[in-house]
Design a binder for this molecule. Structure first.
Ligand SMILES: [Zn+2]
Ligand SMILES: [Zn+2]
Length: 372
């Protein structure tokens, strides 16, 4: 099949539908917007499904400053390539893709194969514009390009750097949410911490990121695997997905339970709650030379005693084009059953999906946006 190329001369304006954030706290309103067609290095993706990540929710509830202007969020999109820019080599119209975080491709870290440490990480993922300052939704007075996608929309612009081609025989709707939270949780255990077989680990927070960490800990053979949360339903699921022990931090003393389980502390901890006490415990309960992985953007103290370390992790140190296929292969073997976390919503129910995730009654909401 011939690639459908577009150039500057033929660039068109598309009408899309997108869930727009105009007020802190929401609700998001689905509106018709005008979007530029893809530039030379971009692809136009018809979004089939999009996960809702904790970061989207925090943005709506806490971080959004209305003076930024209206925004389109969403950064766990999956879809079908409809158009490719003139310089795009690895993708064709009709390809099925999962979208992930964006990176520049030319800074020192990107050239070293470490896009998760890209110098322009914040500009490209939270800047709501391209690196050159342009914005494809300008005509409608709205900003997009969130994580190089803004997938709460019928169409998204992405690049070769943040899409992962997947087989057309795979269930695209189910795989859409692999691009952020699940990749982060699993990548933290498998890449950043490289937890060895037999090491002990505590996972603070068993939402989608924490449960991905639990599943990955089981895959690498960690033992014991201790899940800590306040929601009984999530703790029960943690036990089903690989945790050997579950601690309800609202009802039990976490430090004494972990002391009883391991006889000391843990070799590794993963902190995904953002709760001050859990943040402290994730470091206090480490064995000497142990490592705490902080996933909420928090940094640890400069020095911890006994060779202990706390590291702040972005996207699980994962290169999407390598790690997402690995997660898909593990999922197909039944070893990474993240489908147990997923609940689908029609996309006009986006505000209900967000409310359910906020309450903890849904772990990983996925919006159905168009048909495959
Ligand atoms: Zn870069
Ligand atoms: Zn995310």
């Amino acid at each position: 099949m011939a690639a459908q190329k577009t150039s500057k001369e033929t660039r068109q304006v598309l009408k899309i539908r997108a869930a727009v954030l105009r007020r802190r706290g929401g609700p998001l309103e689905i509106e018709t917007l005008e979007m530029e067609g893809p530039r030379d290095d971009e692809v136009l993706v018809r979004v089939v499904a999009s996960g809702i990540c904790h970061t989207d929710i925090r943005y709506i509830e806490d971080w959004y400053d209305e003076s930024e202007g209206p925004l389109v969020l969403g950064h766990e999109g999956g879809g079908i390539v409809e158009q490719v820019g003139g310089k795009v080599k690895s993708l064709r119209r009709g390809d099925h893709v999962v979208m992930s975080y964006q990176s520049c491709g030319h800074c020192t870290q990107c050239r070293r194969g470490r896009p998760f440490d890209c110098r322009y990480m914040s500009e490209l993922n939270w800047g709501f514009q391209r690196l050159d300052g342009s914005n494809a939704l300008q005509r409608s007075g709205v900003k997009g390009h969130f994580f190089g996608q803004s997938s709460f929309a019928t169409y998204a612009l992405a690049t070769e750097r943040n899409v992962v081609k997947i087989s057309k025989s795979l269930p695209l709707e189910m795989l859409a949410p692999l691009g952020c939270g699940l990749q982060t949780g699993a990548g933290t255990v498998m890449n950043s911490l490289a937890v060895p077989s037999g090491a002990s680990i505590a996972v603070f927070g068993t939402g989608s990121v924490g449960l991905a960490a639990v599943m990955a800990a089981r895959i690498v053979g960690a033992h014991p695997i201790i899940g800590v949360d306040v929601i009984p339903k999530r703790l029960k699921l943690a036990l089903e997905l690989g945790a050997t022990h579950a601690i309800n931090s609202r009802r039990e003393d976490v430090a004494s339970r972990i002391g009883k389980i391991t006889g000391s502390g843990v070799d590794y901890s993963v902190e995904s709650t953002g709760n001050d006490r859990m943040y402290e415990l994730s470091m206090e309960l480490l064995n000497p030379k142990g490592t705490a992985a902080l996933l909420t953007g928090a940094t640890g103290p400069a020095h911890l005693p006994g060779g202990r370390k706390a590291i702040s992790i972005v996207e699980g140190d994962a290169v999407p084009q390598q790690f997402i296929p690995k997660l898909i292969a593990l999922h197909r073997k039944g070893l990474f059953p993240f489908d147990r976390l997923v609940k689908f919503y029609d996309w006009d129910k986006i505000n209900r999906a967000i409310a359910d995730a906020n309450r903890g009654s849904t772990i990983k909401p996925v919006l159905r946006i168009s048909k495959v």
